[in-house]
Structures are given as C-alpha cells and as structure tokens.
Design a protein around this ligand. Structure first.
Ligand code: GLU
Length: 304
C-alpha cells in the first residue's frame, strides 16, 4: 500500500476545497487558531510514518483525549466502569443536558461530555495526583515526555464552560459524581486542553490498532477485549450525533475534537490523524471528514 502517495494526492485535492466549516465560538481561545491549517499523518504497525501539511504543529486535541482517559479508567477498573456510564450512541449533541435528566444521571457513553465527566470522577477517586498521573500516562503511550496541557486553553474553557458545570452538577444530583464537581471540572478542562500534533496523535493511538499494546515498547495498555470494545465505542459514539455518518462515509473507528482534530484506527493496520480547525454543524472537522472519506475510498482500507 503506497500510503504516501494516496495521502499526498487526497491532501492536495482537498486543500483548495472551499471551507464550509467554522471555528468553534464557545471556547474563546479556539477562535484565534488559523482556519487554514491542515495536516495529516498516518502511522502504521510496520513502524512507518507519513505526514503532510501542518502535521507537526500542535493543536488542542479536546475530546480526542476522552479516549485516553477512558483507556486509563478501563485498564484500572475493568468492566465496573459500565455501571456508571453506558455504551450506546446518544443521538444528541455532545453537551446535551436533556437525555441526562431523563436517564437519571447515567450518561449514554464515555465520549459525550457527561460521560467523560464521570470517567474523570472515577480517575479522581483512584489516582493520587490525577493531573500528573494522567499526563504521565499519555506521555508513556506517545513515547514523548514533552506533551503537556495548555493552561491558556484550560483557563479559557473554564471561564466559559457553563454547560459543563451544569452537566457535572446535574450528574452529582443523581449521585453519579463522587468528588467535588469543582475538582472534576478542573481535571476535565485540563485533559481537554492537551496539545498534540497529527504526528504525535497518530503514534499515540497506535495501541488501539495493535491489540492494546504500544508499538514502541510493547507495553500492554488494554486487554484484547478492552481494545475491541474501545474501538467499537469509537465507531458508534466517536463523532457526536454524526457517528453514523462517519461510519457510513469513512468506515473506521475514530474520535474527533472541537479543536478540529480527528484520529481514526484501522485495527492491525494503522492509525491516522487529521487536523483542520473549522467544524461542520455537528462539531466535526469539515475538511477532516472529507479527507478521511476519500482516503479510505482510495486506499480501500476501511473495516467494512
Ligand atoms: N472541551 C470541550 C467541551 O467540553 C470538548 C468538546 C469536544 O471536543 O467535543 O465542550
């Protein structure tokens, strides 16, 4: 498979496409990103990496980090976490409050904000220094000791995070948050503020293509079954209320973030990351979706 050639062709074709997405407005600092940024990187299990465009520039990974927090909680507590958060697509927007009220504070899945807040609460209970230990975990997955949170993005989101505050308090009222919501939110805003490049993201997520083992040091992060289930959740819940569309058009498990990043996995083959900051109406990167649809079509490498 000549990934390099396909990536270059699909990238060059999509770069001049008229941008129909918009920068997210609700996290003030994300408005100042250059909307023309566009990067792609694929990392394979054969230890090959191909990148193009702005693939080495770091950006705010936002909800993509929710896969990593889920992995840590899942590896520590196993299936017990599913007593507190579900595994069904929500069919609602990522920060919706309505379903949570009707379903008594049990979020539909760990990738909507409500579910990610519950996972943060679980980590807060089981880690002694949650922010530091989570960062160490991400650094070991990526084999990169330089990765870090952005204080600037975390502060910006904290200052405007009214819906997340509401979600966390609503879950707490149903006794599904054990810690102080202020601490849960602080941890949540920090993990969403993590910054990585496409190259770093595609390398970090290789464990999900490699049956749960890191490629660089063969360390088991998740069991084979946990890896399968995490990929299944990304497939069904990774793109807000556009998860069906992503499966339909791209056909890979993945996760997006409102920073304009998308990471997608082809089990036993590769991990790919795309970044283009303008988002479609559902909150997914407009050009990122276009790129991945054409990439899996041209490479004929989707899981279906
Ligand atoms: N930090 C963002 C929020 O809580 C994450 C949203 C996303 O990337 O989906 O609203």
């Amino acid at each position: 498979m000549n990934f390099e050639e396909i990536i270059r062709e699909v990238y060059l074709k999509n770069q001049p496409v008229e941008e129909k997405g918009q920068l997210p407005a609700y996290i003030p600092e994300l408005r100042y990103v250059d909307p023309a940024k566009f990067g792609v990187c694929v990392s394979t299990l054969q230890k090959e990496t191909y990148g193009i465009g702005d693939y080495q520039e770091r950006f705010s990974i936002q909800s993509i980090a929710k896969v990593l927090s889920l992995s840590l909680a899942y590896s520590m507590l196993g299936g017990n976490i599913w007593n507190r958060v579900g595994v069904e697509p929500s069919g609602t927007s990522f920060n919706s409050l309505i379903q949570l009220e009707l379903e008594h504070g049990i979020p539909r899945n760990p990738f909507i904000n409500a579910g990610a807040l519950v996972i943060c609460d679980i980590l807060l209970t089981h880690l002694t220094h949650p922010k530091e230990e989570f960062l160490d975990y991400v650094r070991s997955l990526s084999n990169n000791p330089d990765l870090t949170y952005s204080d600037r993005i975390a502060a910006s989101e904290k200052q405007a995070g009214y819906r997340n505050v509401a979600l966390c308090n609503l879950i707490k009222s149903f006794d599904n948050i054990m810690n102080d919501p202020v601490d849960v939110l602080d941890f949540y805003f920090n993990l969403c503020s993590l910054e990585m490049s496409c190259e770093e993201l595609s390398r970090t997520f290789l464990y999900l293509a490699n049956d749960g083992y890191t490629l660089h040091d063969d360390k088991q992060i998740l069991t084979k079954s946990q890896t399968k289930r995490t990929n299944a959740l990304m497939q069904t819940c990774g793109f807000y209320d556009e998860s069906g569309e992503f499966a339909f058009k791209v056909g890979l498990p993945g996760k997006s973030g409102v920073g304009g990043g998308i990471v997608a996995i082809h089990p036993l083959q590769y991990s790919i990351a795309v970044w283009s900051p303008c988002l479609n109406e559902k909150g997914n990167s407009y050009k990122g979706m276009l790129f991945l649809e054409e990439f899996t079509t041209r490479s004929e490498l989707s899981i279906f």
